[in-house]
Design a protein around this ligand. Structure first.
Ligand SMILES: [Zn+2]
Length: 139
């Protein structure tokens, strides 16, 4: 199944492909200050794929903080936090913010609170290579 998401003004969009039923998604509510401020709920599938379509590049903001190894993709026009991406030696990986899905799938799993503050950079990269969704196409 492909799940479509976009920012409010539709400048930025994603297509998230996963065979997993929404009831089995690992939905995470990270407790960092950025994610709390957006009430972000993220998910990923290492056996799925994630593709972005950027209809207006002037509206794409890549916000970085902390270890500065992650691009938090935000819309400069409407303010929506769409997804996060990272590049490692093994490839490019991302998580979607499910709040940007065009329709929240019925029965989607409830978010689990998460904290990643104690991770080193190498631990974080290894976790993402194992759990985040491979990105296809440009971005
Ligand atoms: Zn927008």
């Amino acid at each position: 199944m492909v799940y479509a998401g976009q920012c409010h003004c539709a400048a930025l969009s994603y297509a998230y492909e996963t065979a997993a039923p929404p009831s089995s998604w690992g939905v995470r509510a990270c407790r960092c200050a950025f994610c709390r401020a957006h009430q972000a709920r993220t998910t990923s599938d290492p056996t799925g794929s994630l593709a972005f379509q950027i209809h207006d590049r002037t509206r794409l903001v890549r916000y970085r903080f902390g270890l500065r190894i992650t691009d938090f993709l935000l819309c400069a026009e409407c303010g929506v936090y769409l997804a996060a991406t990272t590049t490692t030696p093994r490839g490019r990986y991302g998580v979607i913010n499910v709040n940007a899905l065009r329709e929240i799938p019925p029965g989607m799993a409830a978010p689990q609170p998460m904290s990643y503050g104690g991770e080193s950079e190498s631990e974080r990269t290894a976790r993402r290579e194992a759990r985040w969704t491979p990105i296809t196409g440009d971005l």
